[in-house]
Design a protein around this ligand. Structure first.
Ligand code: G
Ligand code: G
Ligand code: MN
Ligand code: NA
Length: 255
């Protein structure tokens, strides 16, 4: 069996695992939400990261099915978490969207379907899209994203800083959150980092967007990010991607 046909079978049988990485409020380190991250448990090769199979799913034309599965599972899981912690501000969950899902498929229909199947608080399902994805076809992407946002979906600009466009240019897209790429955040990339981070954070806030710093690995990263005005962070300092039960324990233990 080829890797392609094995992946085809795994997607058809919904044998994809979804892990959830916490995104915390730097103010008090409470969990604000989770990012859904797909894994494929291959019978011989073991657990595979998305870098090893997302592009194959795109090649064999199953990225839309995979994406729909991740969105639907995540929304259902989010409903379970929200029911378990009813008294607090509802947490959110974000899913990664690939180019084909947005630009060559009716993502609006899929989002509407997912939202109708699960009872989650409005605005708590978020989609993550990269700069390079929306820049592939800015006109079409802006139209689609505006309609998707109107359905009551959050939109995060993922891996910010790795593309070529300016934040001001991106104002024409209806993003409510930007996620600063790990390369600006990790301790290993010190140097001009604070200056760049501070500027990105200030500009994002001026444009009315929330900021999530990715790749916060240490406590001192977290402290520094908070001092720079960043309100949310994600990274090993707060938790690695974990299964849904571990995420539930994290939520119920902290209240
Ligand atoms: O978890 P890990 O660091 O290996 O993820 C690497 C990248 O894979 C993430 O940054 C994300 O953009 C992408 N990814 C993870 N899960 C999904 C998914 O369900 N769909 C798509 N399209 N990309 C994903
Ligand atoms: O591309 P995207 O940003 O969507 O995916 C985030 C990826 O980064 C995940 O695959 C996750 O495993 C990884 N990641 C999350 N936190 C950290 C961190 O603190 N350090 C590093 N090096 N990687 C991280
Ligand atoms: Mn992401
Ligand atoms: Na990212």
């Amino acid at each position: 069996l080829t890797l392609e046909s094995e992946l085809r079978r795994a997607i058809e049988r919904q044998e994809i695992t979804i892990l959830y990485q916490p995104i915390v409020r730097l103010e008090d380190r409470s969990v604000a939400g989770f990012e859904a991250l797909a894994r494929w448990d291959h019978p011989k090769l073991g657990r595979m990261a998305p870098g090893e199979f997302i592009s194959i799913a795109e090649e064999i034309g199953l990225i839309v099915e995979l994406g729909m599965f991740v969105m639907d599972q995540t929304a259902k899981q989010l409903a379970i978490w929200q029911r378990a912690m009813r008294s607090r501000e509802p947490i959110f969950a974000s899913v990664n969207i690939s180019s084909r899902q947005l630009l060559r498929h009716d993502l609006i229909h899929d989002v509407r379907t997912v939202l109708s199947r699960s009872s989650i608080a409005r605005g708590t399902l978020k989609l993550e899209l990269t700069e390079s994805l929306v820049m592939e076809n800015p006109e079409h992407a802006a139209q689609m994203l505006t309609r998707i946002r109107e359905l009551g979906t959050g939109l995060s600009l993922d891996d910010f800083g790795t593309g070529h466009s300016s934040l001001a240019y991106l104002q024409r897209f209806p993003f409510d959150t930007i996620k600063i790429d790990q390369s600006f955040v990790r301790t290993t990339s010190r140097g001009t980092r604070p200056v760049i981070l501070k500027s990105i954070i200030a500009l994002a806030h001026d444009l009315g967007m929330d900021v999530v710093a990715e790749g916060a690995e240490t406590d001192s990263d977290a402290v520094e990010l908070y001092q720079l005005g960043c309100e949310y962070a994600q990274g090993f300092a707060f938790g690695e991607p974990m299964d849904a039960d571990a995420a539930m324990r994290l939520l119920t233990e902290e209240r």
